[in-house]
Design a binder for this molecule. Structure first.
Ligand SMILES: [Zn+2]
Length: 183
């Protein structure tokens, strides 16, 4: 695994806002764990060594899911600061450690899901009631629920995420109606 020389800029969020995120591409072509259509990045301010090990952890976690159905997709590990900045640009004051931009075929995960210090780990545990291993599995499967089913609805994405976590064949649209009705 090595870093690409170029720093690219992913254009995210709505065109009206034109928010961008400075990222560094991570070359994982030799790892063979994930399809070559999945592109990995870390935000520019991410520690390089940490980026390598966190991307490796993310790849390992992703390998249990049917990623081949994703097609071209970008996955970014971003620092908490960058993850927050993106969300606030969207006018959302709530903080979430993972988000997916369907239109841009991009999912962003906060690095703290993979390598948080003790204080942040306990903060996340308090916020979500899950330990770090469960939280990162939940976050990744939930975002894949959005991504694999091209689903923007939170309840349905969570339903698909649960199917993925349970290892059952993913049925986009199959049980989402019940969830919608329950809202
Ligand atoms: Zn969601």
């Amino acid at each position: 695994m090595k870093f690409a020389l170029l720093i690219s800029s992913l254009l995210l969020a709505s065109l009206a806002i034109g928010q961008s995120l400075q990222v560094i591409a991570v070359d994982v072509s030799n790892a063979g764990r994930t399809p070559s259509t999945i592109h990995f990045y870390c935000s520019k301010d991410y520690d390089r060594g940490q980026c390598k090990s966190d991307v490796a952890g993310l790849q390992q976690l992703l390998s249990q899911f049917p990623l081949i159905q994703l097609g071209e997709w970008s996955i970014v590990l971003a620092t908490r600061q960058e993850t927050r900045r993106l969300q606030h640009a969207e006018g959302d004051s709530a903080e979430t450690p993972a988000l997916t931009y369907l239109k841009h075929r991009t999912s962003i995960f906060e690095g703290d899901l993979f390598s948080a210090d003790a204080q942040r780990t306990s903060e996340l545990l308090q916020m979500y009631g899950r330990n770090s291993i469960d939280l990162r599995l939940w976050a990744v499967s939930h975002e894949l629920g959005h991504a694999l089913c091209q689903e923007s609805d939170e309840h349905r994405a969570e339903d698909y995420g649960r199917q993925l976590r349970n290892g059952v064949a993913l049925h986009c649209g199959a049980s989402g109606q019940l969830q919608s009705a329950a809202r």
